[in-house]
Design a protein around this ligand. Sequence first.
Ligand code: GSH
Length: 215
Amino acid sequence: MLNIYGSDLSSPANKVRYVANYLKIPYEYRRVNLREGEHRKPEFLKLHPASKIPVMDDNGFVLFESGAMIKYLAAKEKSALYPADDKERALVDQWLDFVSFHIGDGMARVAYNRLFAPRMGAEVDEKSIQAGLQFLNRFLPVVENQLSRDKYLVGDVLTLADFTLLAVLDPAELAQIDLSSYQNISRWRNTLRQQEFYTRCHKEYGEALMAGKKA
Ligand SMILES: N[C@@H](CCC(=O)N[C@@H](CS)C(=O)NCC(=O)O)C(=O)O
């Protein structure tokens, strides 16, 4: 059995679940309570040497880093989400990395400081928020332009790059990042968020935060 260790508020962990759901791979979802420091316990350190989620355990084959996990799952299923052709695959990697490093970095700065730092009683770094917003203002138009040409990030077929962007953008509303001016991103996002792979995790990211608040 495949085990996915994650948390409802972890975008990288949710990304792995979206892909596993889409590929209809059965798995056990194992919630790790970060607020209670479950990820720092010795048992968890055996799975991830830097005590982070997500972690995947596929019958004893243990993997960390969400990007590696979704590539592994798609390759294992020989899915078109991660094409076998070298050039097609390179284009998926290109957008996947662009989204992870550039959009992901900006989103993480804003989401951490606006959503998570206050919840943890940690210091809010306004400069980091401003830097994050600047990254987003620079890089989101690139994605918007790409999605104005094609249905998905890499042409007219869904790929791992789309799942990556979807998960990265999930905290946007709660982090007060207004995406409404990006019409193509909004169209693309609304379509994907109605699909079963997504609604099996949550109807919207805010739902997870509310549940987390009660936990
Ligand atoms: N690059 C990693 C990011 C993993 C990561 O930073 N996870 C966060 C939750 S979203 C975490 O485990 N934070 C707890 C900690 O760093 O102590 C991935 O994509 O899997």
